[in-house]
Ligand binder design. Sequence first.
Ligand code: SF4
Ligand code: SF4
Length: 283
Amino acid sequence: MEGRTAPHYPAAMINVTNRCNLKCRHCFVFREDNPNARKQEMDDETMLGEIRRIRDRHGIVAMLWMGGEPLLRPGVLREGVKLFSWNTITTNGTLDLLDLPGVTYVVSLDGPKEYNDSIRGKGSFDRVMKTLSRVPEDFSSKVMVQCVVTRQNEDLLEELVELLVPTRAEGMTFSFYVPPANDVSPLTWGTLTRRDKAVREALRLKKKHPDFIWNGTRQLELTLSENAPAITANCPSKKYVLPLYLDGGRFESPFCCYGDDVDCDLCGGWVVFYLAAKLEGAK
Ligand code: SF4
Ligand code: SF4
């Protein structure tokens, strides 16, 4: 009977493991002091059964697979992508990608080599470049890169784009840092007006590389301080995307896809403004 009353979500994001082969400084999933990273995880079959049940309960057709590092659960990914019409896999890009037809990989980079490695660990940028270089010509998944823009890397965006254009990545997106409540880290701009400089830089790069930058122009315009509050106050991601976090033997839903401790007023999450632009009818 539960299926009749469960809310409908066209999309979901799920972390299929809390384990990771990197230890990024900004990670909120994998930390050595995070007890979830050490909990016994469901085996593949149990997890797939649980995902199927959640899919049917909420009518989910699009899935974003994340971790930890989801490629550490290849059995779940191989079978799991067959359960949904649209599949996106986020990865740190340091492991070889599985060839999965129709799937889009989103490889995370924080900036050019020096900056990226200061966050993600020495050698991680080169490992991503190596992964990209090994994508075969006939690979049936799409591969793109996402950079989370912060106050610290906002002046490095063009350099990163120029490094990525010649690679096997078909495109890239910018997402803007989503701070936790009362964030005082050097990553946050603290106000939306201070963030505008970075958004305008992304708009300039969109104009320069219209096919390579996959953020829509309208999506970026909506991220500007004059537009963003009306969107985050009525967040489309919260309405349409079910977040599922792995807690040992079960999945839990936090407040939103960025967790429980978030500052909606300063949220710059890609998915929020992508959906807002789509709902407006922007291309
Ligand atoms: S790659 Fe992702 S999950 Fe792994 S440590 Fe870095 S931020 Fe965390
Ligand atoms: S922090 Fe979460 S709920 Fe708040 S605006 Fe961003 S995605 Fe929506």
